[in-house]
Design a binder for this molecule. Structure first.
Ligand code: NAD
Length: 487
């Protein structure tokens, strides 16, 4: 099929520099996956990206560099906590430039790999900012002029940008978003993190390990709103030992740029009196879709008032030959959602029967401890009156968790009381992000309590806490006293 499709690629029409069967706008995890899949299906594909390096926010200034820094933070913390096992180290010597280089090396390895794979697949990469000019043409400002890409189909994968609180002095480089925080310019003495969500807490984890005194201010009554409170509790407890202050139900009313620092004023439940001075401030209050930045109206593509581009389960917008994927389509704004939507869009264009219909999209906060959840949450079940049975296994009863000195974790599984099938899972503890994959597979495969409990998990591991949580629900557990007897 692939050769046949490629042969039908039309020659560029007048006013068009490159003609593609598929033009992909944006080369983040969604965009490059869509382009590569389309090319693998035999379609002549052009990938348009404003930055020189492929990979988007995730690879360049998001998921990947943050995980490299979080790894360093985890090792610093682990080393400092080995005292009870009779091992003590001196204070870490931190060479910031080497840390930055190390992080950049990781990013470069991945982004140069993408470049090579685009070449292998004959995906033509156009570097520049693209805007629709018509339903079949995108003009790309390349820096050396305008290049016009004509297309039969287009996949919009233009992503999202950090949300800004109006009225703050953004011209001051000490006021940062996640990109600025990942640049790691220095180790600030005092830093304010605005927003106790995933980005705010991941960055607080990195900077606190490096020695910064951190204050966190969060509008809502708890950290990571939307996540079950029992999962957040162990994280909050540990954070309280590592950061200076967590101010819940509080907001920043102003920030002033001064020579000696950024002066912040607050209001709300935990607001300090007067102003507080910081060397740096991180704003991490969410992200906003980039749908309004691409001239979508010229193509007739509908963009909602917030900047999202609605798409159906085939990832098709209101214009049948134009598709949209990733952050710009809607929440959750996660790379793994984007890559799956990307494959659906490319396959539908190639005529394959694909549909985006996941039963669960996992979320992970790569904090210390990590929190991961998928499917139905307990909070949601209660709010929506959904009946469930719960199996929760405290890591205090896990030999492996005790062995690594991290027994504050918990694994909980929710089941349908009728069918006993898994409905949702939440894990807090080290490596929770690695462990949640099993629960996603169980849900997608329709596994029930018994399937999970009877699957032999290796001992002693953290993954066996999933089997033990299922046994807790079933009442067959022997490592703890079962909450109820098996019928
Ligand atoms: P978020 O929505 O996770 O958290 C933002 C937090 O800021 C919320 O807790 C919110 O209540 C709070 N907030 C909003 N306005 C505020 C104000 N004026 N003052 C104080 N607090 C305020 O957003 P984020 O952490 O910025 O992350 C953005 C997106 O990126 C999310 O959609 C997330 O899914 C994604 N992301 C994911 C990961 C991951 O998967 N590990 C990591 C980073 C980012």
């Amino acid at each position: 099929m692939s050769e046949k499709l490629a042969e039908t690629a039309p020659a560029p029409a007048k006013g068009i520099d490159i003609q593609a069967q598929v033009a992909v706008l944006g080369a983040g995890p969604g965009g490059y996956t869509a382009a590569f899949r389309a090319a693998d299906l035999g379609l002549k594909t052009v990938l348009i990206e404003r930055h020189a390096s492929l990979g988007g926010v995730c690879l360049n200034v998001g998921c990947i560099p943050s995980k490299a820094l979080l790894h360093a933070a985890a090792v610093i913390n682990e080393a400092a906590e080995l005292g009870p096992m009779g091992v003590s180290f001196g204070a870490p010597a931190i060479d910031l430039e080497a840390m930055r280089t190390g992080k950049d090396r990781v990013v470069k390895k991945l982004t140069s790999g993408l470049k090579a794979m685009a070449k292998q697949r004959q995906v033509e990469v156009v570097t520049g900012t693209g805007r629709f000019e018509s339903p079949n043409r995108i003009a790309v400002e390349t820096g050396e002029g305008t290049l016009r890409v004509g297309f039969d189909h287009c996949i919009i994968a233009c992503g999202s940008s950090p949300l800004r609180i109006p009225g703050l002095p953004y011209e001051d480089p000490r006021l940062m978003d996640s990109t600025g925080a990942l640049e790691l310019r220095d180790i600030p003495g005092r830093m304010l993190v605005i927003g106790g969500g995933i980005i705010g807490l991941e960055m607080a984890t990195v900077y606190s390990a490096l020695g910064t005194a951190i204050d966190i201010v969060e509008l809502q009554p708890g950290l990571i709103p939307g996540c079950d409170r029992d999962l957040v509790k162990p994280l909050e407890k540990r954070l309280k030992q590592r950061v200076r202050n967590i101010m819940l139900e509080t907001r920043v009313t102003s920030i002033q740029s001064r020579t000696e620092g950024l002066a912040a004023r607050f209001e709300g439940k935990a607001a300090p009196e007067g102003e507080m001075l910081y060397d740096r401030v991180l704003v991490a209050v969410g992200r906003t879709p980039n749908g309004k930045l691409i001239g979508a109206e010229a193509a007739g593509v509908r963009v909602d008032e917030r900047g999202f581009i609605p798409a159906d389960q085939h990832m098709r917008t209101n214009v049948p030959h134009i598709f949209a994927i990733g952050d710009v389509v809607g929440n959750p704004m996660l790379a793994h959602k984007a890559t799956h939507e990307a494959k659906v869009a490319a396959e539908v264009i190639a005529g394959l029967p694909a549909l985006f219909d996941p039963l669960a999209i996992p979320s992970v906060a790569y904090t210390d401890p990590e929190i991961a959840w998928m499917g139905l949450t307990e909070t949601e079940a209660k709010e929506r009156g959904i009946a469930y049975e719960k199996g929760a296994f405290p890591w205090a009863a896990s030999g492996r968790a005790l062995g690594i000195g991290r027994d504050e974790g918990m694994t909980k599984l929710l089941f349908d009381p009728e069918t006993k099938r898994i409905l949702g899972a939440g894990i807090v503890g080290v490596n929770a992000g690695e462990l949640i994959g099993e629960a996603v597979l169980a849900l997608e495969m329709g596994a029930d309590m018994e399937d999970i409990g009877l699957s032999i998990h290796p001992h002693p591991t953290l993954c066996e806490t999933l089997g033990l949580a299922a046994e807790m629900a079933e009442g067959t557990i022997t490592d703890l006293v079962p909450p109820r007897k098996r019928k």
